[in-house]
Design a protein around this ligand. Structure first.
Ligand code: HEM
Length: 163
């Protein structure tokens, strides 16, 4: 069964659609460097947004680590927006640019519940080359200046256009 057509407002994000799997490396001055596995799904329902769901686990123990879920929108050609919620009590609101298959985002708002760790800035860059998605996440958190937290690479495991 074929799903709805991708909404024209988010047609330029079509290269993201599908299921992705892989992993990455995390680091921060305050913690030990770690490896993680990761699954991501970008999907759509024919409305002007692309949904994003991610989960990660420790390697090799497969202990659940971070997860996050949100939506990508387009404010206009080449102008992506992202809203994102995390179970750690952090929400991110980003604006950015889309050039070719590179999405560069910078948080205009980082919101935290009263018990969340202090995160004050987040930058995300995500690029797709065929069926390979690589990304970097930088953050300013727990008193440290903006710097790398994550670097990951995912491979497209399937195209799933609906939810
Ligand atoms: C692939 C996604 C991610 C993974 C696998 C991951 C994993 C981890 C791990 C294993 C730690 C150290 C243990 C811990 O405190 O729980 C950590 C710490 C932390 N992470 Fe992440 N993280 C991810 C994404 C994020 C994002 C997107 C943010 C913020 C926007 C974030 C913010 C933090 C903070 C604030 C700490 C605590 C640093 C400290 O207390 O010294 N993480 N992360």
């Amino acid at each position: 069964m074929s799903g709805p057509e991708l909404h024209p407002d988010v047609a330029d994000l079509g290269f993201l659609l599908g299921s992705w799997s892989g992993g990455g490396t995390g680091r921060y001055p305050t913690i030990d460097t770690f490896s993680y596995g990761e699954e991501v799904v970008f999907a759509h329902v024919g409305k002007p947004f692309v949904s994003y769901a991610q989960r990660t686990w420790s390697v090799p123990e497969r202990r659940p680590l971070h997860s996050e879920t949100g939506y990508l929108r387009m404010a206009g050609p080449g102008r992506p927006e992202l809203v994102l919620a995390q179970p750690s009590g952090v929400v991110e609101v980003h604006t950015g640019t889309l050039t070719d298959a590179v999405v560069s985002l910078s948080a205009v708002l980082v919101g935290r519940t009263p018990t969340a760790k202090e995160v004050t800035a987040v930058e995300r860059v995500l690029r797709v080359d065929g069926d390979v998605l690589s990304y970097r996440v930088r953050m300013a958190a727990v008193g440290q200046p903006l710097q790398d937290h994550l670097e990951g690479q995912l491979h497209r495991t399937g195209v799933r256009l609906g939810t």
